[in-house]
Every structure is written in C-alpha cells, then in structure tokens.
Write a protein that binds this ligand. Structure first.
Ligand SMILES: [Zn+2]
Ligand SMILES: [Zn+2]
Length: 393
C-alpha cells in the first residue's frame, strides 16, 4: 500500500487523509467541514464567507484545467460552505456531525451544486459554454543536417491533420442549410432541473440530451464531412528553421495544429528536430568537436594542416611541440546560439598517430632519435582535466 501511495505522488493541496481515502476507492471518511474551510468552530458568518471565497476561487475548475484534485476540493469546499452558512444546518452538524447531513446519498451535493453555489456567491453569473472548442496541438519531428542546424533552413513539410471542412466552414450543415438552435435547451447545451435536497431547492445542470450539449441540431449534415465539420487533410507548410536549433529545441508554429470542432480556433504545431550525425564533426552544445590526426614529425616540428569545418576547409596552424590530446580552437566556427546568434568554436583534439609499420630506413631514423634522447618523456598530468575543461565551455 505504501509503495503504491508513493508511486502516485503527493497531490498539491489535498490532505493525505483525503488522498488515502481516494486510493482506497471511497470517500467514506469525510473531512470535517471546518477543517475543509480552514476556520475555527467559532467562525463568524463573515469568516466563513471569506474562507469560501478564497478557496472556491483557488480550486475553481476553470482555473485548474482538469486537475481532478482541484475539482474534488472545489466540490468539498462548496459542500462545507453550503452547510455551515446555513444556521440551522450548522447547528445540526455541530451536534450530530456528518451523520446528520446525509450528504453523499441520492440528491446529495453534486459537482453542479458546487457550481451553482459558486455562481450565486459571486453575483449570480451564469456559466456559459465559451464558444467553440480549440483544436488540439500537434507535434512533428523534422530531420535536419548539422549544416542546417548551423545555418538554419527553409523546409516544406506536410502535416497530416484535421482541417475545418471547406464546404460547410465547420458548421457541419449542408451548404444552403444551417444548424437549428436546439428547442430543448434553447441553444445553451444545458438543461437545468430543480431537485429537492437537504439544502432545499437545488438546481441540477446536465448536458442537454437532445443535442448532446452542443446547443444546436444539424438536420441536413454536410456531405463532405458527414456533419463533423472537419476533414482529414495534409497541409503543406513552409517553415523557417532558425539557425542554432538543437534536439531539445521545440519550435512553435502558431495556429497550424488541428482545427477546432465546429469551426473552433486551431491548435498549434510544435516542431522537434532530429539532427543527422555528421561524418567528421560532433556537436557539443555550441561547439563542434573534430579529432585531428597529427603525425609524429608534425607534432614535433609543427605544420599547417587542412581541416574540415562546417564552413568548408580551414588552414590550421599546429605549433611546434604539440602534445597528444591538445585542443586547438578555431574561434567562431561552431554552432550559433539560437537567440543571440553568437557562434561557438570548433575544437580540434590532437591525436598523435604513432606509426606501426616502419620501413628499414624509418626504423633506423627512430633508432638514432632514441639513442640521442636517452630518457623517456615525462608523463604529463592533468590530461583529462584539460579535455573536460575544453568540453565544458
Ligand atoms: Zn462539412
Ligand atoms: Zn439541446
């Protein structure tokens, strides 16, 4: 049980007790109404009002975007206030506790009752369905080369998505006809029923059964979209990929997601990038790493070596006495920062290549060198530190 509990994570706001109850699949153990509102048992009507106002605002579902915990708290707070703000019920509750209020049974305090209470409390505003729903956001992956990541690119992409039906412009009604306002709910999409409950007359609001809560009825469905108001499409889009994007960059293309149902506004399109590996250069943030093979004579005597960069070939000066593992920077040949545009560097990591197959003449030369130097070179310390320092930048 405990492991299970930890797995689900602690919810914000809700008490451990209430949370545990939910895990056990019941809300059998109700919290004390005073505790729910965070007031003392002697709280005045004004204090109750203040507590309810604050908590109801905090947990209102419109502010919490489908958070189940907040929804439950909203209902709980409403129920507590409904009972405690009524002098008679408060007295009953104080004497008999939850047993007396019988809430939770049929005709009890519903989610809708919590909304009605809220609306009444805040000046009787009616809750309205706020226009057509917004379409979903879409996410797409785009393959780009390292060069495109450095320079940016224009790309034409094809987005499979639902678009507003061009025939009926999302209404779902055959052109020339129009949807009728639902006669049962007069277009509100909701039907209100008065129910007798322990709180007295409570208005229950439910989704209209005639129009499924849409508020309108399509008598002649559009043939193109069969009344759905949306059609499958593949939209071709030209997108500007900014210079400097990386695999953790998300590019938002506003309003190019799915169309909303019934002509609602579209969602957004999010582009993520996958960068093809480059044969010679490895990206590390804004720097590009290149392994530079250097022969023993080049390392000893120094040389100018042609190295590849993302901008083409570059003449790199290898100084005399260059050690294996040394990092030679080519300033400004890295990847630009996606916002500032400042470019990183190319880091050339020197790999001294020791020959393995020597001809007779070369062997002789090395033997001569060996006898002349006599003692082995010192072991250089801090090699890994040097590499790490360079990579960190
Ligand atoms: Zn249509
Ligand atoms: Zn209706």
């Amino acid at each position: 049980m405990l492991v299970h509990f930890l797995d689900l994570g602690g919810p914000g706001g809700a008490s451990t007790k209430a949370y545990q109850d939910r895990l056990l699949g019941t809300m059998a153990v109700k919290r004390d109404y005073y505790e729910v509102l965070g007031v003392s048992r002697e709280a005045s009507a004004e204090e109750l009002k203040k507590a309810y106002r604050r908590l109801a605002m905090q947990y209102h579902p419109d502010r919490n975007h489908g958070d189940k915990q907040a929804e439950d708290r909203f209902k709980e707070v409403g129920e507590a206030y409904a009972v405690l703000s009524d002098a008679g019920k408060r007295q009953q509750y104080d004497t008999f506790g939850h047993v007396a209020d019988g809430v939770g049974g049929p005709g009890g305090f519903s989610f809708e009752s919590a909304f009605d209470l809220f609306d009444m409390f805040f000046g009787g505003r009616r809750r309205h369905r706020t226009g057509p729903q917004r379409g979903s956001d879409l996410r797409m992956n785009v393959e780009i080369t390292l060069r495109e990541a450095v320079y940016g690119a224009k790309r034409t992409i094809e987005v499979p998505r639902a678009d507003t039906c061009p025939e009926c412009r999302g209404s779902g009604a055959e052109p020339g006809t129009s949807p009728q306002t639902c006669p049962q709910c007069q277009g509100t999409g909701q039907v209100r029923r008065s129910v007798q409950s322990i709180f007295g007359q409570v208005v229950n609001v439910t989704s209209c059964p005639r129009c499924s809560g849409e508020g309108r009825i399509v008598e002649h469905p559009c043939r193109r979209c069969r009344g759905h108001g949306r059609v499958e499409s593949r939209k071709r889009l030209e997108v500007d990929i900014p210079a400097g994007v990386d695999e953790d960059t998300q590019l938002r293309v506003a309003a190019e997601g799915e169309a909303g149902p019934r002509g609602g506004p579209p969602g957004d399109l999010y582009l993520a990038f996958h960068i093809e590996p480059h044969p010679q250069l490895v990206r590390h943030g804004q720097d590009l790493i290149f392994e530079l093979p250097v022969s023993v004579p080049q390392a000893v005597l120094g040389d100018t070596i042609t190295v590849p960069t993302i901008d083409g070939e570059h003449q790199l000066e290898v100084p005399e006495g260059t050690q294996h593992g040394k990092i030679l920077k080519i300033h400004g040949f890295g990847v630009p920062h996606v916002r500032s545009g400042r470019r990183g560097d190319q880091l050339c990591v020197v790999r001294v290549v020791v020959p393995t197959h020597l001809g007779a003449r070369e062997k002789k030369l090395y033997e001569q060198l060996g006898s002349r130097e006599g003692k082995p070179a010192e072991v250089r310390r801090g090699f890994f530190d040097t590499v790490k320092d360079a990579l960190r930048g």
